[in-house]
Design a protein around this ligand. Structure first.
Ligand SMILES: *[C@@H]1O[C@H](CO)[C@@H](O)[C@H](O)[C@H]1NC(C)=O
Length: 246
């Protein structure tokens, strides 16, 4: 075995006492996955911190709301205008974010699909080369000058080599087909999730704008709750993206 891209896969490995991982690209190795996952750990940690801190804040706000019912307050005109402007600005920011997410998922899907296609093509070329090589060996076995041909034991050894090369190329072709199907399935799933996420966030942002403008207080609270979960989910997706990207 030889080590692939050893310099580009040097990352700390939490399963090995944070020593640097030196095994190169090897998706069969749990140390490879642990070291890649560890490089996305800060984002997953941010997801956890957000979930806990904002959840605690929501809980406290809910307690305050229930225990001491709010006295009716009246807002000044300036406060209302500032609220409306902030609402419009945040809705616009959310819409731009959704557009960027949609564009980004298209490019992410394009580049990963191109990488998979490249690897599949290389593997197909290797299979073709191996099959051509068995053909040459078969032809060489039959070679001879006049009545003189290769001795039988040599022919038997050539047959053995041809069998081994054929079974290797068949296994390579079969494994390439099954692995690339699995990878394409996973990529398509990620793509669908991202598109649904982008559309969902856009709908929620506009719903929030409309509900707040109409003063539908309880619906706005439901949206705040959904937003809490969605932001945590976005952090998790971001970590997953980093992991896949690396
Ligand atoms: C990849 O990892 C597996 C499992 O740890 C190991 O058996 C295999 O030898 C590794 N391959 C290479 C090329 O290092």
């Amino acid at each position: 075995p030889f080590v692939l891209a050893a310099a580009r896969t040097q990352r700390k490995d939490p399963l090995d006492g944070l020593r640097y991982y030196t095994g190169g690209w090897n998706i069969s190795s749990e140390h490879y996955w642990a070291s890649v996952g560890f490089s996305a750990a800060p984002v997953f940690a941010a997801a956890g911190v957000w979930f806990a801190v904002f959840g605690a804040a929501l809980f406290l706000a809910g307690c305050c709301y229930c225990c001491c019912p709010s006295r009716s307050t009246s807002y000044s005109r300036a406060a209302l205008v500032v609220s409306l402007l902030l609402l419009l600005a945040f809705t616009a920011a959310a819409a731009i974010g959704c557009a960027i997410l949609y564009d980004g998922q298209g490019r992410f899907h394009g580049s990963t699909a191109a990488t998979v296609d490249y690897v599949v093509k290389q593997s197909g070329d290797t299979v073709d080369n191996l099959r051509a090589f068995s053909g040459f060996l078969e032809a060489a076995k039959a070679a001879g000058v006049g009545p003189v041909s290769l001795p039988d034991d040599l022919k038997g050894r050539i047959d053995g080599v041809v069998r081994r090369v054929s079974s290797a190329s068949d296994e390579l072709a079969a494994r390439t087909a099954s692995n690339s199907a699995k990878i394409r399935d996973a990529l398509d799933t990620i793509r669908k999730i991202l598109i649904v996420l982008a559309a969902g966030m856009l709908i929620l942002a506009f719903a929030g704008l409309v509900f707040s403008a109409c003063g539908l207080e309880s619906l706005v609270y439901v949206l705040v709750f959904l937003g809490w979960i969605l932001v945590a989910a976005t952090f998790v997706m971001c970590g997953t993206f980093l992991l896949l990207h690396k």
